[in-house]
Design a protein around this ligand. Structure first.
Ligand SMILES: NC(=O)c1ccc[n+]([C@@H]2O[C@H](COP(=O)([O-])OP(=O)(O)OC[C@H]3O[C@@H](n4cnc5c(N)ncnc54)[C@H](O)[C@@H]3O)[C@@H](O)[C@H]2O)c1
Length: 255
């Protein structure tokens, strides 16, 4: 087990890719905090893992709210005694459905996307920082998207936010490398999380099929396919990796 007794927080861990991250971390021996604005799904994920004998808690968290992120970190420390890993996975993503052309996006929606997808990264990272300093080490893993590289029609705010994740990763990496904290990110390609299957993710079923043909592997991607890269970035094996982004997309975008 590569993460035995490490304490990991996964934001947006209640469902989709975040849920797969929680399961992957727990199966490598980590104690997991499922932090999600949707407490019902966070509790269900925690319960499912507890039933498999894993150490997990669910914490209601709004990543865009500073007080809430501080509470998330406090609860993790209270229950498990520290924090080693933060996976910044929560995003305002699938509720955007098929999206709107850039000129139809209203200011409220723009601000909502930025507040969750970017301010959330900043606030969650800052909330766990003192606890990683206390440990003398840490791992922060941010979830971007291949849309940051290839663009997207009808998702101007989302793509902008996911490109921001790359900048945030590089800048924070430089700030924290001297503190023995690695900051890296993962850029998934279109992944069939339950939210995407239900009509989120900016693509129609026709688009999915087209996208598959553009991949080296020609296969659909599922949340579990993102877990291996995340475990690598959370483990000691990535100790010399700083500010990088691993693209996991079946071989469509090469960076
Ligand atoms: N699925 C894809 O095709 C894909 C592709 C590239 C990148 N991504 C990224 O991967 C991540 C997960 O994607 P998904 O498909 O599982 O998304 P999803 O929309 O299904 O799940 C997002 C999770 O985040 C939670 N959340 C939303 N706002 C929150 C907030 N303010 N505070 C805390 N939690 C909040 C939701 O409750 C939900 O559990 C996102 O960052 C997304 O941008 C997904």
């Amino acid at each position: 087990m590569r993460l035995k007794d490490r304490v990991a927080i996964v934001t947006g861990g209640g469902r989709g890719i975040g849920k797969a991250f929680c399961a992957g971390l727990a199966s490598e021996g980590a104690r997991v905090v499922v932090a999600d604005i949707n407490m019902e799904s966070a509790s269900a994920t925690a319960k499912e893992l507890e039933q498999q004998g894993k150490e997990v808690i669910a914490v209601k968290t709004d990543v865009s709210d500073e007080k809430s992120t501080l509470g998330m970190a406090e609860k993790a420390v209270e229950r498990f005694g520290g924090i080693d890993i933060l996976v910044n996975n929560a995003a305002f993503f699938t509720p955007l459905g098929l999206g709107k052309t850039w000129d139809k996006v209203d200011v409220e929606e723009w601000d909502k996307v930025m507040s969750v997808n970017l301010r959330g990264l900043f606030l969650c990272s800052r909330a766990v920082f003192p606890h990683m300093l206390a440990r003398g080490k840490g791992k922060i893993i941010n979830i971007s998207s291949t849309t940051a590289y290839r663009g997207l029609v009808r998702g101007i705010h989302y793509v902008t936010s996911k490109a921001g994740v790359l900048g945030f990763t590089r800048a924070l990496s430089r700030e924290l490398a001297g503190k023995n904290i690695n900051v890296n990110s993962i850029a998934p390609g279109l992944t069939l999380s339950e939210g995407v299957v239900a009509g989120g993710g900016f693509v129609t079923q026709e688009d999915w099929a087209k996208m598959r043909t553009l991949r080296c592997s020609q296969k659909d991607l599922y949340p579990k396919d993102m877990v291996g890269a995340m475990i690598f970035l959370a483990s000691d094996e990535s100790g010399s990796v700083y500010g990088q982004t691993i693209v996991v997309d079946g071989g469509m975008v090469f960076v």
